[in-house]
Design a binder for this molecule. Structure first.
Ligand SMILES: NC(=O)C1=CN([C@@H]2O[C@H](COP(=O)(O)OP(=O)(O)OC[C@H]3O[C@@H](n4cnc5c(N)ncnc54)[C@H](O)[C@@H]3O)[C@@H](O)[C@H]2O)C=CC1
Ligand SMILES: NCC(=O)COP(=O)(O)O
Length: 343
């Protein structure tokens, strides 16, 4: 394991009835094999210990008082920053009563990253519907993180969801909305703002000198010259023209059905899809165990596994930690934690 001085990552527990906490235990067990940067779990010590016992995982858990203690502790124990809100969770049985603890973990992780004390935020999955029942007013992490990143009296940044893997990166321009609302939400301004953030962050965070962005159409055959919908002509093509005029390497609108096969994927660094499933179906199909959800447009790094809470398998020890491990590794890389700072 690295002896370099690093800023630890802040890993939220997600929904404690989902697979997030057990994946955190599994990732910690693989820390040396995977050369993971140190992280602290924002969670509940007793819950993590019970889960480790139930799953037969040899994970010593220790409460730490500040995240600065995490790197030194990480080699021997799973460091946990305990939450003030209580956690009482049975695997597979989500309970809106846990909403305060779930949100506290996110809030504190973001505060640590904003203060420069954590290198990045890694979030374990939350079940949106469970939080909605408790009054949560944001569609998901992506939008909530933008709200948390809003400076006092300032503008809320546009947070952009990107699902990234070695072979494919996809960005849904519209995210957590009903399909019926997509055409209305898909404006030229939204496409422009999203593509600019993708271009900027692929350069700044991923080190791609001139990102190639491929924009999908919305309709079959990218509208078939207007016969199957006019969004391509009226909205998407003008946005692409404006992006190109700014010097951004944007192409399209491409028919979505031929944008994701192996040869097509070599032609771009990120595909901008017009709605959630147009983006997430291809990447989860080819890279479910490796893909990482990265939020662009924020003043701090946030990654997450590509999957959800998987209540159907929680507490059974069969959930694969690969995507969370990929999320931790990518967070470390994007935050510069992987390289470390010599002590
Ligand atoms: N970043 C986040 O917080 C995300 C949260 N969600 C939330 O998760 C909840 C459940 O969503 P679903 O659509 O059911 O998706 P899901 O990803 O939780 O589960 C879909 C299927 O994949 C399996 N699966 C998921 N992760 C797995 C893993 N690591 N190893 C093995 N099998 C795995 C599950 O058992 C299930 O059969 C929803 O409430 C949704 O809001 C979904 C995606 C991301
Ligand atoms: N389907 C992706 C997803 O739901 C992730 O959402 P978020 O909670 O990361 O915004």
């Amino acid at each position: 394991m690295s002896t370099m001085k690093t800023r630890p990552l802040a890993l939220t527990m997600g929904d404690p009835a989902g697979i997030g906490p057990e994946l955190a235990l599994a990732a910690w067990l693989r820390r040396a094999d995977e050369d993971l940067p140190p992280f602290a779990l924002l969670g509940d010590v007793a819950h993590a210990e019970r889960l480790a016992g139930r799953l037969g995982l040899a994970v010593p858990v220790r409460a730490i008082a500040s995240i600065e203690e995490a790197p030194a502790a990480f080699g021997e124990v799973l460091p946990v920053l305990p939450l003030a809100a209580g956690v009482a969770a049975e695997p597979g049985r989500p309970d809106p009563e846990n909403a305060p603890a779930i949100l506290e973990a996110i809030d504190r992780a973001v505060a640590l990253a904003q203060d420069g004390r954590a290198g990045a935020v890694v979030t374990a999955p939350i079940a949106k519907s469970v939080l909605y029942e408790a009054g949560f007013a944001h569609p998901g992490h992506t939008e909530y993180l933008a709200a948390l990143a809003t400076p006092p009296g300032g503008e809320t940044p546009l947070s952009v969801m990107m699902l990234w893997s070695e072979g494919l990166a996809v960005v849904p321009v519209t995210v957590h909305i009903a399909l019926a609302d997509v055409p209305h939400a898909l404006t030229r301004e939204r496409i422009l703002a999203t593509a600019r953030i993708v271009d900027r962050d692929l350069r700044a965070r991923f080190g791609i000198a001139r990102p190639r962005l491929a924009l999908a159409g919305l309709n079959p055959h990218a509208g078939e010259a207007g016969a199957m919908g006019r969004e391509e002509i009226e909205t998407i093509a003008p946005a692409i023209a404006a992006l190109r005029a700014e010097g951004i390497d944007a192409t399209g609108p491409h028919p979505a059905d031929t944008l994701f096969h192996a040869r097509a994927r070599k032609n771009y660094d990120a595909a901008l899809a017009m709605y959630h499933d147009q983006a997430l179906v291809p990447i989860k199909t080819i890279a479910f165990d490796e893909a990482v959800n990265v939020t662009l447009g924020l003043p701090f790094v946030r990654t997450s596994p590509d999957h959800g809470t998987a209540f159907d398998i929680a507490g059974r020890g069969i959930a694969r930690p690969d995507s969370l491990i990929a999320a931790i590794r990518l967070a470390g890389r994007l935050a510069g934690a992987g390289a470390g700072v010599p002590t």
